[in-house]
Design a protein around this ligand. Structure first.
Ligand SMILES: Nc1nc2c(c(=O)[nH]1)N=C([C@H](O)[C@H](O)COP(=O)(O)OP(=O)(O)OP(=O)(O)O)CN2
Length: 115
């Protein structure tokens, strides 16, 4: 099995929809660090699991300098965004979404046999 990871920085704005009082329901922004983990049993004809640049282009293309609430139709928590990114990137089995220095959500695909 081959494993690769790509670290990507994104700046995005969002506001959470919560059923309790929180400053996070107000419009605010983050400089997030997203680490995307991919794996494959076989390399492609270029000798790659997936091109690092493709991974960066997917993640930055969808979220960098965007209002995340306009991009997705779910609550834009770090957990939800981590899963959503994992679903966007070929061969991805894990995403670490570091929203701020102290706040990190990790999503790991349990059933990853198809990767
Ligand atoms: N489980 C989650 N909890 C929270 C999320 C989230 O995505 N998943 N998101 C937020 C907000 O986006 C908020 O901006 C961050 O909240 P908070 O940690 O309270 O604020 P700070 O980054 O300023 O952290 P300090 O520890 O106060 O410095 C909230 N919760």
């Amino acid at each position: 099995m081959f494993y690769v990871s790509k670290r990507i920085e994104i700046a995005y704005a969002h506001q959470l929809k919560l059923d309790y009082e929180s400053k996070c329901t107000h419009l605010h922004g983050h400089n997030a660090v997203v680490t995307v983990y991919c794996k494959a049993k076989e390399l492609d004809h270029n000798g790659m699991v997936v091109d690092f640049k493709k991974v960066k282009d997917i993640v930055q293309g969808k979220l960098d300098h965007r209002f995340a609430n306009d991009v997705v139709n779910f609550n834009t928590t770090a957990e939800n965004l981590a899963k959503w990114i994992c679903d966007q990137v070929p061969h991805c089995y894990k995403v670490s979404f570091q929203e701020s220095e102290g706040n990190i959500a990790v999503y790991i695909k349990e059933d990853d046999d198809a990767l």
